[in-house]
Design a binder for this molecule. Structure first.
Ligand SMILES: [Zn+2]
Length: 283
């Protein structure tokens, strides 16, 4: 077959993916969604079902009121809704039944509002333990985000410990963005930014997020814009590929077309549900 170094490519033969994750379902999400839609970037919004419609004390300097349940489907329709525990409890501190309740009731309520099974979760306060990861798997979640910045573009090893690249307030944010845009690599890479929309009011810095997504979007010809769940689905489809011993055939049993590179410049689209024959590659 010749020398092979098969690597995952994202849809469109791209090496890079950009994704966002915003928590708590605060009313400032309405403004944030408008910005994201303007630049066609994709975000996963993690909500606590039990807190929807909650109103914060108007005397407090920052409004942390939550969006109404009735607006969830329409507001986030171009993005993904993820879970964030029913009442934003620290699930790492709770006994198993109560921790499961926070996870499951949140998921069940949000699924009724959105009309689809949820894939992603964000740990409230970034706190979790080994058991919590198991509960999320049992509940049907495919991944969960932490609050630990990697300051890198690595793909996740463990989808239940999905570490973002950085928070939007990180002083390296635009340096990382430039590095990501200008990076020429064969390695599949992900730039993952997270935060809370009320922080833009608190710090009076809405320009930070608009500047970031405008820059990435305008320089994003070779970048895939996807929600967290779309990325996890795609990686899962890639990991399910079935190879023949001599490498000349690859079966893609998933419902998603998967793209790979088999040698320098040699790209293959492995159609969903089909066997693809791989041509000779240079020695
Ligand atoms: Zn939160």
């Amino acid at each position: 077959m010749g020398k092979r170094f098969d690597t995952l490519l994202f849809p469109g033969g791209r090496n890079k993916v950009f994704t966002l994750s915003y928590d708590d379902g605060v009313t400032q999400d309405r403004r944030l969604v408008e910005i994201f839609n303007k630049y066609n970037v994709k975000c996963t919004f993690n909500l606590g079902y039990g807190n929807l419609g909650w109103k914060s004390d108007p005397k407090l300097p920052v409004n942390t009121s939550r969006v109404e349940p009735e607006e969830v489907k329409q507001l986030y329709r171009k993005h993904e809704v993820g879970g964030h525990a029913l009442y934003h409890s620290d699930i790492s501190s709770l006994g198993a039944p109560y921790s499961m309740y926070e996870i499951l009731e949140d998921k069940a309520g949000l699924e009724k509002l959105t009309g689809y099974p949820l894939k992603m979760f964000a740990y409230p306060f970034g706190l979790f333990n080994r058991q919590n990861k198991e509960y999320l798997k049992i509940a049907g979640y495919k991944g969960a985000r932490t609050v630990k910045s990697t300051l890198t573009f690595e793909l996740p090893q463990d989808p239940y410990e999905l570490n973002p690249t950085c928070h939007h307030n990180d002083e390296k944010l635009m340096d990382l963005a430039e590095q990501f845009v200008n990076m020429r690599t064969f390695k599949p890479s992900m730039f993952y930014v997270w935060g809370h929309a009320y922080e833009f009011d608190r710090n009076d810095n809405w320009d930070v997020i608009e500047k970031l997504v405008k820059y990435i979007s305008e320089n994003g010809q070779d970048i895939w814009f996807a929600t967290n769940g779309e990325i996890l689905d795609y990686i899962q489809a890639y990991r399910m590929l079935e190879y023949s011993v001599d490498g000349s055939m690859i079966y893609n049993p998933s419902a998603t077309d998967v793209e790979i590179m088999t040698a320098f410049g040699q790209k293959e689209v492995l159609k969903a549900g089909k066997i693809t024959e791989i041509g000779e590659t240079p020695l």
